[in-house]
Design a protein around this ligand. Structure first.
Ligand SMILES: NC(=O)c1ccc[n+]([C@@H]2O[C@H](COP(=O)([O-])OP(=O)(O)OC[C@H]3O[C@@H](n4cnc5c(N)ncnc54)[C@H](OP(=O)(O)O)[C@@H]3O)[C@@H](O)[C@H]2O)c1
Length: 222
């Protein structure tokens, strides 16, 4: 599949690399067509990897990932262009974080709303699925990094077929089907984004990024 990855940070790079490794063609998008991070990534990955603007990546992809800074995602997606993303699934991995104060960032929480829902309203013809934002990017693309057995990844979104597409990609990243939890419609992103208020102190307390949520108490399958 052709996939656009919007974002040149560690998340964009980890996801784009994994996507190429599992057989997709990826264009990494940035504000500038010659972004240095994206150029380094293309040089490292080689065949299957290309770079461009946010609009180039959005137009290239049959599906796209939003891996931009959460506080800039609406701006980045506006530049990417609604028509370039219309009819496509957009996997929103972003978390809106406030970096303006001293010390660790603070997760922004919107009363009765979420970044994912804001993106969905801005792009009504795009099928937004929130996923993967509740863990470090290296865990996203390699769940075996977390020791101690199974742990969970969440998906939510308003379009069932878009969620199926995302589940298939997660399976290709190494996620076991029983560890992919469908939380329902996009309003569940309010919870997965707010969870960053716990994830950030947990990272400090545990001194590692290689941890994740394991949901216990699920009904036994028959
Ligand atoms: N780090 C993790 O492990 C992790 C885990 C879960 C979720 N997340 C979320 O994933 C997203 C990406 O994180 P990251 O650490 O890889 O990168 P980041 O530094 O949060 O974001 C980098 C991207 O945001 C774009 N950007 C920044 N300001 C912008 C603006 N004013 N207008 C348009 N685009 C702008 C940059 O564009 P240019 O390329 O043009 O510079 C770049 O592509 C974030 O929302 C983060 O909260 C991160």
């Amino acid at each position: 599949m052709r996939i656009g990855v919007l974002g040149t940070g560690m998340v964009g790079s980890a996801i784009a690399t994994k996507l190429v490794r599992v057989g997709h063609e990826v264009t990494m998008g940035a504000r500038a067509p010659d972004n240095e991070n994206a150029a380094r990534w293309v040089a490292e990955v080689g065949e299957g990897a290309s770079q461009g603007t946010f609009a180039d990546a959005a137009a290239f992809g049959e599906l796209a990932f939003n891996c931009t800074a959460g506080t800039a995602s609406l701006e980045a997606l506006d530049v990417a262009g609604g028509p370039n993303l219309a009819g496509k699934t957009l996997v929103d991995v972003a978390n809106p974080l406030d970096h303006t104060r001293d010390g660790p960032p603070m997760a922004l929480v919107y009363d009765g709303d979420s970044l994912a829902e804001q993106i969905q309203r801005a792009l009504p013809k795009t099928r937004v699925v929130k996923a993967l934002n509740t863990m470090n990017c290296e865990v996203m693309v390699d769940p075996s990094r977390v020791p101690g057995g199974g742990h969970d990844v969440f998906v939510c979104g308003d379009d069932p077929s878009a969620k199926e597409q995302v589940v298939a990609l997660l399976r290709s990243f190494g996620w076991a089907p029983e560890r992919i939890v469908d939380l329902g419609d996009l309003t569940a992103a309010r919870g997965t984004e707010a969870y960053l208020r716990l994830w950030l102190p947990l990272r400090i307390a545990l001194g590692t990024n290689d941890f994740n949520i394991r949901v216990e108490g699920r009904p036994q399958s028959t």
